[in-house]
Design a binder for this molecule. Sequence first.
Ligand code: HEM
Length: 524
Amino acid sequence: MASSTVYAAAAVIIVSLYFYYIAKPKSSLPLAPGPPSLPILGNVHQAPKSYPWLQYHAWSKKYGPIIHLNMAGQHVIVLTSSKAAHDLLAKQGAIFSDRPRFVVAHELALQGMHMLLRPYDERFKLHQRLESPVLSKSAARAYLPFQDLESKQLLFDLLEDAGRSTNCHGYMERMTASIIYSLFYGYRVHSAVDPILLQAHAVNHEFDHLAQVGKYLVDSFPVLNKLPRFLAPWKTEAALHWQRQCALHVGNLERGLASSSWNIAKQMQEAVDTQSIVMPTTELALDIGIMADAALDASTETMMWFVVACITEGHRDWMSGAQKELDITVGRERLPGFEDRPALPYIEAILEELLRWRPAGPAGVPHFTKVETSYEGFRIPANSVVIPNHWSITREEAVFGPDVEAFVPERWLNVKSTQKELPTVGFGYGRRICPGRHVARNGLWIAIARLLWAFDVKRELTETGEPVVVDTKGTDGLVTKPLPFRARFSPRGDWVDDIVTRECNTWGVNHHEILNRIASDVSK
Ligand code: HEM
């Protein structure tokens, strides 16, 4: 096996290098600047093994907003400014909306049906058309009652731990999972150890391993996939993973279709049926299931970064500023609600600053172009991977002002007063921009407003009364998560206990009625 693999790899390297060095580019413009490269290997030896966004950011200081890397013949373009990302990925969306190939994780293990990784082709556009009515701005508005319900439950859960040191991840995850699984499948999630959630975690964990960059040679040299199964062990791993993905997502789709009330799964199945779209059940199940997966991690971890911001950046007085705004506008006799949103600009600024300070996907999701083009005097070769490095984009001092590492919501308010719009960040670009961003923003807003209204969020103390150090770097990966930490949620007064105890235990609410009311709003 080893020798045939090596021969095949050698053949592919020669072909790649031929195209890289010898095949004639259409333009004579230079490539964008980047770190000096070695013959044949290019920049492979410098490729960051972990936390790639940090290395890209360091390079951006030296090479500017558009960086070229040569990964053994594969062109990689890293964009590190909002302007470059918008100019290319959004304004030239017709050619920059593809994805690089993931042979094992996508083409084999997901049979090409992972919505985030699909190539930009007709089938992708069909799925986008099916998704857009259930994720549009107006659909997101219709889902507000559910986000209202689950954010109340969050307060109730946290109040039970009031004053004690708590790892709040389970509460945050339960809230986001319950919003997503209820809307998608009509299924309310009662705890972070709900069996359906655990099954999803296990499948996603396995998928993350299959998608690890550099794990399989075949991802760099797809021709190796022509090897027979006994020489290609990744094929068996991928086939087993496909069965697990199907069991999870088809099981959830069936649960959704059997549920007594409206849900997104039913609405999308109906769209497929009424438009006579030929689509196997697994394909629809995967579309809905991958959307749910995409929603869960990024939303939960953004909430966790909010708590980290409270305990590591709260000394900058933004929390007390927000609580003052809440006390004036909402008072202490009722919870804040979505109806208060226009009158709470500071909470809005906190949300924007959170998405900037810790973008959940710091290295973005790579795009791909099959077409050669140019930008700012540099050639962008055909078949380039294009990475919008959110970490750098959210740290542009020319755009966001000084102290970009600090959590300063005022930067969003000041800019409003000077009529200069700041670019919203964290959800990607162009035709691949996150379709769930409206749903995500609403859910984050209500949870943040209510948490700040109800609690002072403080750092855990050591036995000697010193504040425990909390890591702010987070994990490596597509979605960065804060490392486990504990915090204290102390009610701001007796009025919090009264209102939360009275109004926020939602387990008696008939959530099917809420979903049926949503049904009529979504179809308006
Ligand atoms: C804070 C929460 C979230 C963040 C930070 C986030 C971020 C992102 C990013 C960066 C992308 C890739 C964009 C690109 O390629 O340029 C993406 C794609 C996607 N997101 Fe989100 N997302 C969030 C929540 C959600 C939610 C709530 C949903 C669904 C309800 C969702 C569904 C999707 C889907 C289906 C894609 C794939 C789009 C495509 O490849 O065309 N996301 N998201």
